[in-house]
Design a protein around this ligand. Structure first.
Ligand SMILES: *[C@@H]1O[C@H](CO)[C@@H](O)[C@H](O)[C@H]1NC(C)=O
Length: 320
């Protein structure tokens, strides 16, 4: 049973364990360079941004290497101060990181440390922003329309997709909510960080594995969503191999930051380059296999989506 598995995994990771685990600290920066190649908008500014994100990650890794052991020794104040100093350094040096992350960082820095500061809260608040920066991946964004004319699009049909199923963080105790309106192709909901949660998704399971090896990837046309500069979403795919690995799937991040209605969003299958288990990359896992697709889904997840969200599009399917 899925629910049982989730709860076992969760009980193994207590709050303080989660704090020291420093998720993705040494390794997450490597994924950013591969993800970069899928993005299509203004590549030079994106390159500058990724260079600065790499700098930010180095600073954060160093801060966590000092702060996490301090925290675990009981020196919560020391940890908070190291994090605060690092955050201030990142703001003062005007690192070019995505606006939503910079704003969160700046608001913590401006908030400062005073006599009344709860050091535990402060350490955690900064750590959450740090984790968001460590995990940041540039989303795939819509192409200009000229490219689309050379492509063949094959929309998903209602019969092919079948009934949508909601999968929320309630499977691990969270309280996020969401739903799908088939006629309007609208995914809506509200993600909440309460109870360690933070995602909402809608999934379609194929009764028989789909052989999509003739296609290049998935397109979404006419995408619009809330908070275009901040919100990003994910396409989830499962292949036959995922079915044999507990809670495994492939994900690719997308958004429409300019809210442009022109070209389609094209998500190549090779963007699904790393199998994940509960959001963590599985090293050495096989690549996504488009000839045995068992499930597709759309997900809204922290840190880019916290609170109410809505996404809608005209149609989606496979492109060749
Ligand atoms: C998928 O289709 C291709 C041809 O389009 C075929 O060569 C391949 O064997 C099929 N794979 C499966 C798993 O059915």
């Amino acid at each position: 049973m899925r629910i049982l598995h989730w709860s076992i995994i969760l009980s193994a990771s207590s709050l303080s364990a989660a704090f020291v685990r420093s998720r993705g600290v040494p390794s997450s920066s490597s994924s950013s360079s591969t993800a970069l190649s899928h993005s299509s908008s203004s590549s030079s500014s994106r390159t500058a941004e990724m260079t600065d994100i790499a700098k930010a990650r180095t600073a954060i890794s160093q801060a966590i290497a000092v702060g996490a052991p301090a925290y675990n020794r009981g020196d919560v104040r020391g940890c908070a101060e190291v994090y605060q100093e690092t955050a201030r350094g990142m703001i003062d040096s005007r690192l070019d990181i995505p606006a939503s992350l910079r704003d969160r960082l700046k608001s913590e820095v401006d908030d400062g440390i005073t006599d009344t500061t709860d050091y535990n809260d402060k350490a955690w608040a900064l750590r959450r922003v740090f984790d968001s920066i460590l995990e940041y991946q540039p989303p795939i964004v819509p192409r200009d329309s000229s490219l689309a004319t050379e492509l063949t699009m094959e929309p998903f049909t209602p019969a092919q997709l079948g009934e949508a199923r909601n999968v929320m963080d309630s499977v691990m105790g969270g309280v996020s909510q969401g739903g799908w309106i088939p006629d309007a192709k609208t995914f809506f909901g509200e993600t909440s960080l309460r109870n360690n949660g933070g995602f909402a998704s809608v999934r379609w399971r194929f009764p028989n594995a789909q052989n999509w090896s003739y296609a290049k990837g998935i397109y979404i046309r006419g995408l619009k969503h809330t908070d275009p500069q901040t919100h990003t979403f994910r396409i989830i795919l499962k292949d036959a191999m995922c079915e044999r690995v507990r809670l495994a799937n492939f994900k690719a991040i997308f958004s429409n930051p300019e809210n442009s209605a022109e070209g389609p969003l094209l998500i190549p299958f090779d963007a699904f380059d790393k199998m994940e288990q509960m959001g963590r990359p599985m090293q050495g896992s096989p690549a996504f296999n488009p000839s045995t697709v068992t499930e597709i889904g759309i997900m809204a997840i922290k840190p880019s989506v916290v609170g109410a969200f809505q996404l809608e599009f005209d149609d989606w399917g496979l492109y060749m």
